[in-house]
Design a binder for this molecule. Structure first.
Ligand code: SF4
Ligand code: SF4
Length: 73
C-alpha cells in the first residue's frame, strides 16, 4: 500500500498520456480523460517515480496519499 501517490498539476498537464504509459501499477494509477491525467487508483502506486521522471512538463509530484489527485468528478 502506497504512503505516497501522484499529484498532477492540471495547469501544466498537456494530456500526453506518458504517465499512463510508463506506470507499472495494476490497476494503472492514471486515467486520461478530457485532455488531462487523473489519479484514479492512488492506492496502487508503488512510488517508482517513473511518471515523475517521464512527464515532459514536470506536472507530477509524489505527495502523501491523502493529498493525491485529482480524481475525475
Ligand atoms: S505525462 Fe505529464 S503532461 Fe503527460 S498526461 Fe501525464 S501529467 Fe499530463
Ligand atoms: S510513481 Fe510509479 S507506480 Fe506511482 S503513479 Fe508514478 S509510474 Fe505509477
Amino acid at each position: 500500500m502506497a504512503k505516497r501517490a501522484p499529484k498532477v498539476d492540471h495547469e501544466k498537464c498537456i494530456g500526453c498520456a506518458v504517465c499512463y504509459s510508463v506506470c507499472p501499477a495494476s490497476p494503472n494509477v492514471y486515467e486520461i480523460k478530457d485532455g488531462k491525467s487523473w489519479v484514479v487508483h492512488p492506492e496502487a502506486c508503488t512510488e517508482c517515480e517513473s511518471c515523475v521522471q517521464s512527464c515532459p512538463v514536470q506536472a507530477i509530484t509524489l505527495v502523501d496519499i491523502s493529498e493525491a489527485g485529482p480524481k475525475p468528478s
